[in-house]
Design a protein around this ligand. Structure first.
Ligand SMILES: N[C@@H](CCC(=O)N[C@@H](CS)C(=O)NCC(=O)O)C(=O)O
Length: 214
């Protein structure tokens, strides 16, 4: 028999958001534990016992504890295979989806983190030109995704790829609102824009919208 699921989440984490989207997409029952970065919840011994790296997300199911968002999402899809799918069944299609998730994590995520850091650094402390460099790096990456986006979702049906990419792009868009008016502009192409609007309209996205963004 399957054990109850507890999901450890913190608002603002794109990694944790992807797991929340996966849980909702699969229609699973789970207890949501909302941790706070500011309160230092991730440094508490009981959480550190679940993840020695003191990071969210973490999923607990009975005596089984799992960290790393991508691994959790794949686990949920395999363990609850009778529920709506997060990945394609065909091996090549699934490999393609894993590749896109790997690329989002390897290329978008670090660019997003560098951009976030630059935007929250007071202007007088910023390295000259650094913010512009961050925007240019993101724009190069976004242009690659723009070219590869053809259908309604990144790989046809909505999948773990969309649930990885959307939290990252939503966070980039949110950060970009803080860009000074004379700074380089973030360039999200029309296909990506339409895809973001489509994603935002999904019930799973509305339900999992980061609480502190509301
Ligand atoms: N590779 C990990 C990354 C998880 C991660 O870095 N989470 C961040 C939030 S986005 C975190 O918990 N950081 C701890 C902190 O800021 O105290 C995953 O995919 O789950």
């Amino acid at each position: 028999m399957k054990k109850p699921i507890t999901f450890y989440y913190a608002s603002g984490s794109p990694y944790a958001w992807r797991v929340w989207l996966a849980l909702e997409h699969k229609g699973l029952d789970y207890a949501l534990k909302v941790l706070s970065f500011d309160r230092g919840d991730l440094q508490q011994p009981d959480f550190a016992a679940l993840n020695p790296r003191q990071r969210v997300p973490v999923l607990v199911e009975g005596d089984f504890t799992l960290r790393e968002s991508t691994v959790i999402v794949e686990y949920l899809d395999e363990q609850y295979a009778d529920r709506p799918k997060l990945f394609a069944s065909d091996a090549k299609a699934k490999a393609q989806q894993r590749l896109l998730i790997r690329e989002a994590d390897n290329y978008i995520q670090p660019a997003l983190e560098e951009f976030g850091e630059a935007i929250f650094t007071p202007e007088d402390k910023r390295k000259p030109g650094h913010l512009g460099d961050c925007v240019a790096r993101l724009n190069d990456e976004l242009a690659i995704w723009e070219r590869s986006l053809e259908g309604d979702y990144v790989t046809g049906e909505v999948s773990a790829v969309d649930f990885t990419l959307y939290p990252q792009l939503a966070l980039i868009e949110r950060f970009s609102k803080r860009l000074p008016s004379d700074a380089a502009k973030l360039s999200i192409g029309s296909r990506l824009q339409r895809w973001m609007t489509r994603m935002q309209a999904l019930e799973v996205v509305k339900k999992t919208w980061p609480p502190h963004w509301k």
